[in-house]
Structures are given as C-alpha cells and as structure tokens.
Design a protein around this ligand. Structure first.
Ligand SMILES: Nc1nc2c(ncn2[C@@H]2O[C@H](COP(=O)(O)OP(=O)(O)OP(=O)(O)O)[C@@H](O)[C@H]2O)c(=O)[nH]1
Length: 401
C-alpha cells in the first residue's frame, strides 16, 4: 500500500471517531443533565476555613434590605450588688431590765435561798452559818460575806425581821450597799472635745472569756447611740478572731482595722487609732489577744500595745473581760491583768450561765474598779450596762415570786 493511501485511511478513522464522540457529548448537554455547580462559599453558605472568604464577583447577592437581622435582645438591667443590710441595734438603756428575767433565772437559787433562811422564825447560829455558806457558794468572797452576815445579824437583832417582806427589804438594802451604787460606771466613749481625738477603749482578758464578742456587742451599743465607731483587731494570734470581729462590725456598718495573722498587735492597735483620728470617729474599740500564759509575756505585749496607742494620746478605758462562770479563776486573772494594765472597768460575761452572781462584788473588791457591763447571753444585744438596782432585784426575783 502506498504511503498516501495509508495516511488517507488513518485520517478517515480519526474523522469518524471525532464525529462519534461529538454525537455522544452534544445530546447530553442539550438534555440539561449536567450536574449542578457545587455550592459556593459566601453565597450559598457561610465561608469556613479553607474557603474563599468572598463571594465571586458574578455571584448573585442578597440586597442589604433583605438581610434578616437577628432580633436585638433587650438589654439586661444592670444588677446592683446587694448591699448587706445594716442592722439597727437595740438601744442600751433599760437593757438590764429586759434581761432581768434571765438574770433572775440564773440567780434564783441564791436569792430564794437567802430569803427563805432570813424568813425563818428563829435565826440561830446554824441559820447564820447557812446564810454564810450560801453567800460563799455564790462567789461573794470571804470578806464581803462576813461583812454582810455581820450587818444582817445586827439589823435583825435591832430591827427584827417580822415578815418575808421585811427580810426581802433588808436583804435588798444590804446587797445593794455591797454592790455599791456610788461607783462611777460611766463608759468613757466620747470623742475628746479639746482635739477631736476619738475615745480609745482597750479590751483585755483571757481567751474564751468573751472578749471579741464583747467588743462586737459594745460596738452595737455605741452605734445604737449614733456614735461613729471603729474597731481594731489587735488579736493577731488567732486569724478567726479578726474575722469574727469584722463580721460583728459589718453587721452594723463599722469598719475593722486588721493586720496580718501573727503580726504585731501593737501596730494594728496603732493603725486603728490613727484611722479613727483620720475618720473623726467617736470611739475606737481595740480587741487584744489574751493567750499569754506568763505574766511577763502578758506585760510585754499589753504594755506595748498600750504604749504604742498612747503615741496618739491616752487610752480612755481599759476594760477587763471576765467570765463569771470561772469563779475564783476569774479573780486570779483579774489580779494579774490589774497588775499589768490600769483596768478602768470590768465586763462580766456569761452571768446568764451561773448562779454565782456574788462574783460582781468580789471582783470589784479585788480590783477596786466597777463592773461596767454584764453579758447575759449569746445574742448580739445581750450586753447591758451594769445597773446595781436591777442586778440586786434580779438576784432576789420578783417580790411575789
Ligand atoms: N451565754 C453567754 N455566752 C457568751 C457571753 N459572752 C460571750 N459568750 C460566748 O463565749 C464564747 C467565747 O467568746 P469570744 O468572744 O470568742 O471569746 P474571746 O475571749 O474573744 O476568745 P478569743 O477570741 O479566743 O480571744 C462565744 O461562744 C460567745 O458567744 C454571755 O454573756 N453569755
């Protein structure tokens, strides 16, 4: 076969194959069976990672007016942080009268015992001995007991005791004389007129006697009298004591100055008084630690606290807190503290939990300073200014009771 013929045959085959292929493809297109174009990012769906971020120029776009915007959410009202409710403590005046039933409950055995003994028909030696024992059991102390028995005996002999009422009147007068209503029981908590310095009250006592509680309760007494009070948590030994005091303060809107745990109590006391001066407070109440076992250690620490505070000016009150239920132990503590600091007043706590009301007299004698406040319960307003008459009436109970 000639070369020319060979080329013609190949060309013919190519043309036939080309026509066949065209015939196969063209009808398919015309029938519209071409697969739909793939969805386009930015047009058919939100572009994701790896997609083109923008829609191609020829893409059909949704006019802005047709775009559905999400409904705006109503703005939430700003939530005000809830301010802790500031309590309005009960005024202190007349509190002992309110608490008298509690006093009477704890002292009933003392009062009733004495009254029934004194009302006996025959007041013989044995009866007087029983009276003496009753008074000693109530922690009155030896010397005051002997004095009281002596006076009662004399008056019984001279005036005679004709009736239970007469016995009551006699006992009331003599107990009152022993408690001594003439003592000055005023708490010095007023701001100094000369220089505007706040009154400084230092609260001392052995741990667990109710010191921190007393500072908290006293703050409430003063707040009830519209005083501006500031607290100093100089009991840095026990962190919980500062927390406890801060809680008491917060409840009545009073600021507590505190220092680091285990820090220098004198420096906290100093800062508290300084803050009190700057804030023109009326009274600064300083809680102290009483953990010290030795007199020397106690003297060092309390002495330092007092000295450092006195860089600002003299301390106005040093209140010694004693737990009435500890009896003679309380007296020993009173003696030690009395030698270390000049105590100006006694706070006798937990009188609601003991029948030994005689401790009031004993401790006043021991220190030569008056009981100024008494604690008659764990409630925040269960601290009362000490009122000798209400106290003696509490011991004796109601006249008809
Ligand atoms: N029943 C009664 N309990 C009281 C009275 N005063 C204080 N207490 C309770 O005595 C306990 C001790 O009180 P605190 O104030 O913690 O004693 P504290 O002397 O400060 O002790 P420290 O903080 O460890 O120094 C608490 O449970 C008080 O509620 C009171 O008059 N009557």
């Amino acid at each position: 076969m000639a070369a020319v013929e060979y080329i013609v045959i190949v060309a013919a085959v190519v043309v036939v194959l080309g026509i066949a292929l065209a015939a196969f493809l063209v009808p398919r297109r015309r029938r519209g069976t071409v697969e739909a174009p793939p969805p386009r990012p930015g047009v058919d769906y939100q572009p994701g990672v790896g997609d083109d971020a923008t829609a191609p120029a020829e893409a059909q776009r949704t006019p802005i007016s047709d775009v559905q915007l999400p409904e705006p959410e109503a703005p939430e009202a700003p939530v005000e942080p809830e301010a802790p409710a500031i309590e309005r403590p009960e005024p202190a005046a007349g509190r002992l009268v309110r608490l008298r039933s509690r006093l009477a409950r704890s002292q009933t055995s003392l009062g009733k015992g004495l009254l029934s003994l004194l009302s006996r028909e025959r007041l013989d030696d044995e009866t007087w001995e029983e009276i003496e024992d009753t008074l000693l059991t109530a922690d009155l102390g030896v010397a005051p007991t002997q004095e009281l028995v002596e006076r009662l005996r004399t008056r019984a002999r001279v005036e005679g005791i004709q009736s239970p009422e007469a016995a009551r009147t006699l006992l009331r007068e003599e107990l009152l004389a022993l408690v001594d209503p003439s003592l000055d029981r005023m708490l010095r908590t007023d701001r100094h007129v000369e220089d505007g310095r706040p009154a400084v009250v230092l609260v001392v006592g052995v741990n667990g006697t109710g010191k921190t509680t007393t500072v908290g309760k006293l703050a409430r007494v003063l707040v009830a009298e519209d005083r501006d009070v500031l607290l100093g948590a100089a009991d840095t030994f026990r962190a919980a004591a500062a927390d406890q005091l801060t809680t008491w303060g917060d409840r009545v809107g009073v600021v507590t100055v505190r220092g680091p745990e285990g820090g220098d109590p004198a420096s906290v006391a100093f800062d508290a008084v300084k803050a009190g001066i700057e804030q023109e407070a009326d009274t600064v109440l300083v809680d102290t630690a009483g953990r010290l076992q030795t007199k020397v250690g106690l003297m060092d620490e309390l002495g330092k606290v007092k000295r450092v505070i006195e860089k600002h000016g003299p301390v106005d009150e040093v209140l010694l807190v004693l737990d009435a239920t500890t009896g003679q132990n309380g007296l020993v503590q009173a003696r030690v503290f009395g030698e270390v600091v000049d105590v100006t007043g006694i706070v006798l706590t937990k009188l609601d939990g003991t029948a030994k009301g005689g401790i009031v007299v004993a401790v006043q004698r021991e220190l030569g300073v008056p009981v100024k406040l008494v604690g008659l319960g764990e409630g925040p307003d269960d601290l009362a200014p000490f009122d000798p008459e209400a106290f003696v009436d509490g011991i004796l109970g109601d006249a008809d009771g």
